[in-house]
Design a protein around this ligand. Structure first.
Ligand SMILES: Cc1ncc(C[n+]2csc(CCOP(=O)(O)OP(=O)(O)O)c2C)c(N)n1
Length: 544
């Protein structure tokens, strides 16, 4: 449809055409025109204002990670956009389709150093260094194409964040614009039958295969479960791949149980994963291990060596592999008893990681199968990576390899905004929670009914442990003075509880599930009281 519109109107139209229903952000003079266009279309697109741009970007990340759909945020240029960069690098790390929509100083002033409000030396270059793709809209007629390309980039091949900027004055320029419909994602690459055959051959020769899945396999649950059943392989994951094969099913193994089978594994089938778990966490490799990789990103196959690499969409690649194996694969003896025993041995061992495991048991008991758990860089978050079983894809939300303190609470708000009918539980330490504490106001203002559990040990617990064990107790920068979290949450208008032990957490969570607004639960403890989770995450070390 051709229409005379402003660049701002063309941008908002394109967002709606691409199915965007929510946009997070903070307005400012450079983006007033965009906000006016959002106002015009307010029945089709919901705006959720945050209290810091960082919060808006993490919310968009949580929206994207939990749904697989594009998460969008908007902010002013310069300091506004720089405030979002930790979330942008997280979206990059975790392959999340996040759109950063920002502005620029007036078009004719860009790069001239006049000292215009919110000017950066080269904002577009900065954004390009943080995203999969970034572009500037110089005229309204370009808006539909640039937005279409942005969506294509976010959703084709390996997903990732992108940024689009439109200068302050250009947002108001009007022109006859062809408001074309949504772009379609590029077709996945064709599956190479030769590579499938070679992979099938290696599988047939293997005796003890293991399947490792990452975020790239998130839409291939049934195909991977079928492969696991066919070849009697355990399926494990580190973070984004958790729940693709539920850890309560026969073949789904948490990483602690899987590690017990690792050194006897003769074939690793790595699907949509960087293999961070094997290369950077487990580190030791079984002798004579063969590796088959399936990945949609061809560059990925060059980073870590493999015996057979299949460039393919995970679903299509595994489907082809299953078809090639069907019939030829002699029925393998069931490994059910072995897997069950690995799980129970692992559980007995990691039960020593207290009190975190006891708290996680309560959370798992209360959280419905399809509820979301958002981890954080804290003792309970680290422990959850091996001690909280995950049952469904996308329900375990992490920050990928960035491990950036503070991402959790703000990300969880985006998860809940995208999934209002599902239970969402966020766990944070007192340190990480305070990175985004102001977003309690966003939760109350927008009735984002998240349940946040803050484990308050009055310190950066991980730092305290490291300084105690590796630096002879030279404590510096580890202790924290905190507010009364219950009173703080109540002062924002949220419901709050205090729970001093797992039983009290269970009753607080049970009440929280019936509360109608956002809830904070503070769990107080003493500094340094938590057992180290690291022996299970870094089994190569004696554990810190
Ligand atoms: C952005 C960022 N800053 C700093 C760190 C370093 N860091 C890792 S864990 C940690 C302490 C976390 O403390 P808290 O949130 O209270 O959780 P706890 O370990 O006490 O459970 C720090 C400072 C980080 N990972 N990311």
């Amino acid at each position: 449809m051709r229409k005379i519109v402003s660049a701002a109107q063309a941008i908002v139209d394109s967002l709606i055409e691409h199915g965007v229903d929510t946009i997070f952000g903070i307005p400012g003079v450079h983006t007033y025109k965009l906000f006016d266009a959002l106002y015009e279309r307010r029945r089709e697109i919901r705006f959720i204002g945050s209290r810091h741009e960082q919060g808006a970007a993490y919310m968009a990340y949580g929206y994207a990670k939990s749904t697989g759909k594009v998460g969008v945020y908007t902010c002013v240029p310069g300091p506004g956009v720089l405030n979002t960069t930790a979330a942008l690098c997280t979206a990059y790390a975790a392959n999340a389709p996040v759109l950063c929509l920002t502005s620029e100083i007036p078009a004719a002033d860009i790069g001239r150093g006049f000292g215009i409000l919110h000017e950066l030396p080269d904002q577009l270059a900065t954004l390009r260094s943080l995203t999969k793709w970034s572009e500037r809209i110089d005229h309204p007629t370009q808006a539909p194409h640039i937005l279409a390309e942005a969506f294509r980039q976010m959703t084709s091949g390996r997903p990732g964040p992108v940024a689009v900027e439109c200068p302050w004055d250009t947002l108001s320029v009007t022109a006859l614009v062809d408001l074309s419909g949504p772009a379609s994602a590029l077709d996945p690459p064709p599956v190479d039958p030769g590579a499938v055959e070679s992979a099938a051959e290696l599988i047939k020769q293997s005796k003890r295969p293991m399947i490792m899945v990452g975020g790239g396999a998130v839409d291939a649950s049934s195909e991977i479960a079928q492969l696991a059943e066919l070849i009697q392989a355990p399926v494990t994951a580190h973070r984004s791949g958790r729940g693709i094969v539920g850890e309560d099913t026969l073949h789904g193994l948490g990483l602690a149980a899987a590690y017990k089978a690792w050194l006897e594994t003769d074939l690793l089938i790595a699907i949509g994963t960087r293999m961070e778990l094997q290369y950077l966490r487990w580190r030791k490799f079984p002798p004579n291990l063969k590796v088959v990789r399936i990945d949609i990103d061809p560059r990925e196959l060059l980073r870590r060596p493999c015996d057979v690499g299949l460039v393919a969409d995970a679903k299509l690649g595994v489907r082809a592999l299953n078809a090639s194996l069907a019939g030829s694969e002699a029925q393998r003896p069931s490994r059910a008893a072995e897997f069950a025993s690995l799980k129970s041995q692992a559980r007995t061992e990691y039960e020593s990681v207290q009190p975190q495991v006891a708290y996680l048991d309560v959370i798992r008991e209360v959280l419905p199968r399809d509820g979301f758990f958002v981890e954080e860089i804290c003792q309970v978050g680290f422990t959850a990576r091996f001690a909280l079983p995950v049952y469904a894809p996308r329900t375990y939300v992490s920050c990928g390899y960035q491990d950036n303190l503070g991402f959790g609470f703000m990300t969880a708000l985006g998860v809940k905004a995208a999934n209002p009918d599902k239970v969402v539980i966020s766990v944070c330490g007192d340190g990480g929670f305070m990175f985004g504490v102001q977003e309690l106001a966003t939760a109350v203002h927008n009735q984002i009914n998240l349940i946040s559990i803050v484990f308050n040990n009055r310190c950066f617990g991980n730092v305290l442990r490291d300084q105690k064990t590796a630096f002879d107790g030279h404590f510096i920068g580890e202790s924290l003075t905190n507010p009364d979290f219950v009173k703080l949450a109540q002062s924002f208008g949220a419901k709050a509880y205090r729970a001093a032990n797992p039983a009290e957490l269970k009753s607080a969570l049970t009440s929280a599930l019936n509360d109608s607004g956002p809830v904070l639960i503070e769990v107080p403890s003493e500094p340094g009281a938590e057992a180290s989770p690291w022996p299970f995450l870094h089994p190569w070390s004696a554990g810190r």
